[in-house]
Design a protein around this ligand. Structure first.
Ligand code: HEC
Length: 110
């Protein structure tokens, strides 16, 4: 009985927390199907999911592909949906640089 409960809980949490499409690897969130539809024709979805940017950053990348890589133009509504999804699911990473070294630990210079 307990084992059954554990199995049920595990499969539930799997559905809730690792909501990634097994085929594309895209995080399943509002707008993900737009990205599946428009962003897998020329390169792996991995190129998408390994990138991080804010909305403007994603907009710039899409513009770059449109200007130089033959990416098609989107209806404004479609583009907004794609950008909102990307900026929400693949936002900029936190900066993990360490804090500056305190002054009294630095070498003395003149
Ligand atoms: C018409 C073809 C095409 C489509 C469709 C396409 N891309 Fe690209 N994309 C490219 C090419 C070509 C590159 C450069 C690949 C390389 O450097 O090897 C690229 C590169 C990228 C990169 C890497 C950019 C970098 O600075 O390293 C990202 C991220 C990306 N695409 C995201 C997307 C997203 C998001 C979509 C959907 C909106 C999309 N792509 C749809 C052609 C396309």
């Amino acid at each position: 009985m307990h084992r059954l409960l554990i199995i049920i809980l595990c499969s539930l949490s799997n559905n809730i927390y690792s909501a990634e499409d097994p085929v594309t690897g895209l995080i399943i969130a509002p707008g993900w199907e737009l990205v599946r539809m428009h962003c897998g024709a020329c390169h792996s979805y991995k190129l998408v999911t390994s990138q991080r940017a804010d909305k403007e950053g994603w907009r710039d990348m899409i513009k770059w592909m449109q200007e130089t890589q033959n990416l098609w133009e989107f209806e404004p509504k479609t583009e907004e949906g794609i950008l909102d999804y990307l900026a929400t699911s693949y936002p900029p990473r936190e900066n993990h640089r360490r804090a500056p070294i305190v002054k009294n630990l630095m070498p003395v210079t003149r």
